[in-house]
Design a protein. Structure first.
Length: 293
């Protein structure tokens, strides 16, 4: 396995802080995101490397292992366990080669994966590395269950995104990580959903909030108003004398509950009464008459 310099991939120094790692990842992920680089295999490959580097360096435990053991960081626990086992009971044949006390991490892997001559006691399988990815969606994307095709490590992966997923939610796709070592199982793929704010609809849990303009005449006299919802238009009756900032709840017109069929939150509408401007002289006279009544 070739050594991969995660710091170089994220354009960072080895003493980078957690905040610097986070900022570097977000900057590069936006730059090389597949949605912004369609049909660009080089950009897709770079995007995967960026995600892989962030997955390791943003985790303090994984970062420490990587800093200590380089390309073999994933197997640091097995190495340390093997050293402990050997220190508790070495046999004469093992001592003849100096044991793990006189070797290093690279020597350990030479013996485990070949090239160690008489030192090799067999090859043990290890699970492959997990991958992480970020999928950017908008609010309407996650209102209904749908499928998307992703490019992961050069492979096309078709996934089903259930309606109702939330911003920051993660899902696991088993066996879509890197290949295992010595016939070990492959790693997994973890996808984090990033859902952009909608300019009109505001989501809070499974409820949706929206502001709707209402002209002064309808607010005073009452009438009907057609408003947009996430699944189409509805006609509402507006009571006479409706005040600005008055709220109306439409039960079951909010966001679908995650993996709960036919269950929805509510839609809350807040009326914003619009005062007319640029009145004609005739209109002004009518308002003046009203004010004197």
């Amino acid at each position: 396995m070739d050594y991969v310099d995660y710091y170089k991939i994220l354009e960072l120094k080895k003493d980078a802080t957690a905040d610097e790692i986070k900022k570097a990842y977000r900057k590069l992920a936006r730059k090389y995101h597949p949605d912004l680089n369609p049909n660009n295999e080089e950009a897709n490959k770079k995007f995967q490397q960026i995600n892989e580097a962030n997955e390791v360096l943003s985790d303090p435990v994984k970062r420490k292992k990587y800093d200590q053991h380089g390309k073999d960081w994933q197997h640091a626990d097995q190495f340390n366990q093997q050293r402990q086992n050997q220190s508790r009971g070495r046999n004469s044949e093992y001592d003849a080669f100096g044991g793990f006390g006189g070797g290093d991490f690279s020597d350990f892997f030479s013996s485990m994966f070949g090239g160690g001559g008489a030192r090799s006691s067999g090859k043990s399988p290890f699970k492959g590395q997990d991958f992480t990815a970020e999928l950017q969606l908008n609010l309407l994307d996650v209102y209904t269950t749908h499928k998307q095709t992703l490019t992961v490590n050069g492979k096309q992966v078709r996934i089903t995104i259930p309606a109702g997923v939330e911003n920051g939610q993660k899902i696991k796709l088993p066996s879509y990580g890197s290949a295992g070592v010595n016939n070990g199982p492959p790693g997994d793929l973890f996808i984090t959903f990033t859902i952009a704010d909608d300019p009109k609809f505001k989501r809070k849990g499974n409820d949706i909030y929206v502001n709707e303009e209402l002209n002064l005449y309808t607010a005073i006299l009452g009438g009907e108003k057609i408003v947009e919802t996430l699944n189409g238009k509805v006609k509402l009756n507006v009571p006479a004398g409706t005040q600005s900032d008055a709220s109306l709840r439409l039960k079951g017109k909010g966001f679908p509950l995650y993996k709960k069929e036919n269950q929805f939150g509510d839609l809350y509408i807040k009326w914003q009464v619009k005062v007319p401007t640029n009145l004609s002289n005739e209109q002004k006279e009518l308002f003046e008459k009203l004010s004197k009544l």
